[in-house]
Design a protein around this ligand. Structure first.
Ligand code: CO
Length: 179
C-alpha cells in the first residue's frame, strides 16, 4: 500500500524524468509496488479495511516519484486482467476518432468530482519498456484500455483528466464514441 499524492501537490504538475535502462532494481521495485497497490485497491475487503479507492491505473508521480513509470491493471471479464507495467511510454500514433467514458474519468489523486467528458483517442499505438518482461514493446489498443493508458501517460506530462474537460471539445468531437 502506497501513499497517494493528491492533485494539490506540485509534483503532479511536473514532467516526469525518463527511467534509465536497463532498469535499476529500485525502479523495478517501485513499479511492482505500484502494481501491488492497484491489486490491493481492487480487493474489496482490503480496500474497505484500509480505506483505499479502487484504481485501474497509476503513474509514478502519484506515489511521489517524478519518473516515467505507469501501471495499468484492468478487469477483462471473469478473473482475467489486462496488466501493463511500463517505463518511458510514448504514444507513436493515434486515431482521429475520439472516445470518452460515459460516466466520466476518475483519478486516485483527485478527490473532488469533475463532471464532463474527457475526449481521448479511440485507438493508440504506444512504445514502451515492458518492466515485467524486460523488453521494448509496442502496444496497439483501443477503447477502454486505450483511454486508461492515455490518462496515465498524461500524468507523466503533468496533465490531469479535468484539464481536458471543456465545452469547446464537445463541439469539436461530435462523432466521438461513448464507452
Ligand atoms: Co489519474
Amino acid at each position: 500500500m502506497l501513499k497517494i499524492f493528491k492533485d494539490s501537490d506540485p509534483l503532479l504538475r511536473k514532467r516526469a524524468e525518463p527511467v534509465p535502462l536497463p532498469i535499476s532494481a529500485s525502479d523495478r521495485n517501485l513499479a511492482l509496488a505500484m502494481l501491488a497497490h492497484l491489486k490491493e485497491s481492487q480487493d474489496p475487503e482490503f480496500a474497505e479495511k484500509h480505506k483505499l479507492r479502487a484504481g485501474v491505473g497509476l503513474a509514478a508521480p502519484q506515489v511521489g516519484e517524478s519518473k516515467q513509470i505507469i501501471v495499468v491493471h484492468l478487469p477483462r471479464g471473469g478473473n482475467d486482467r489486462l496488466t501493463y507495467v511500463l517505463a518511458n511510454p510514448v504514444i507513436l500514433s493515434s486515431s482521429i476518432r475520439r472516445a470518452y467514458l460515459r460516466s466520466g474519468e476518475g483519478c486516485l489523486s483527485v478527490d473532488e468530482p469533475h463532471e464532463g467528458h474527457v475526449y481521448r483517442h479511440y485507438k493508440i499505438k504506444v512504445k514502451a519498456y515492458d518492466i515485467l518482461n524486460d523488453e521494448e514493446i509496442e502496444i496497439n489498443t483501443f477503447g477502454y484500455p486505450a483511454i486508461v493508458l492515455q490518462h496515465e501517460i498524461d500524468h507523466l506530462h503533468g496533465v490531469l483528466f479535468y484539464d481536458r474537460i471543456n465545452d469547446e471539445n464537445k463541439v469539436r468531437y461530435p462523432d466521438a464514441l461513448s464507452l
